[in-house]
Ligand binder design. Sequence first.
Ligand code: FPP
Length: 244
Amino acid sequence: MSEQKRIPQHVAIIMDGNGRWAQQHGLERYAGHIQGVESVRRTIKAAARHGVSYLTLYAFSTENWNRPAEEVNALMELFCKCVINETENLKTEGVRVKIIGDKNRLPGNVQEHLTRIEEQTAQGERLTLLLALNYSSRDELTHAVQQLARKVAAGTLNPETITEQSVEQSLYTAGYPDPDLIIRTSGEQRLSNFLLWQAAYAEFYFTPVLWPDFSDEEFARALDEYAARERRFGRVTNRNEERS
Ligand code: FPP
């Protein structure tokens, strides 16, 4: 029997290049986001098919509020529309949706739709989809520090007993494993305030492909490259261990 390929348990994606895709096609930026939804759909299915258990998608950062109001509003509408249209499909496919980010600062109707999809997909066991919305890592860490500081001030937490685990449990991603593989599309090679704590030992895959063109083949290439990498987590290689 052939050896089984190592599949990452958790893949996180910085979906970038919608605007450039639209520009290349002579369209408004919004058209790039609409086309990006197709890639989202495709990638969720592909992740489940490959046996990935957690998929995180960076859909809207805390910095994205600085875009023109027209684009921000269009994106908020698109999120609502997707949530309404996709809930049944996601349920059928066994996908559980969770939001990471500061939901409280999103418009009320968006918050309601997001809470509904989290409730309605809560039974999904095949894939957990973490949607990063109004998310940034520094904001997440600031919230975590506030949470811990409140406990110290209330006398329920001794600062000396704060561990890495206590910090992890105060993050939006509490209870989820760290990403094994982080993919960024569109040729940019930076993290842009995404999962800074959680990415400590992640592997990175950068592709020039723009998000709306991100295909099943490109996803499979990222998984192949991940499978070929050696992850040492600060330890020596197995070969060296054998020699020593
Ligand atoms: C980055 O491309 C993309 C975004 C900020 C929005 C991502 C949103 C979607 C893919 C739509 C739907 C998502 C979900 C989860 C339903 P960009 O606009 O920064 O592209 P550019 O760098 O080429 O301008």
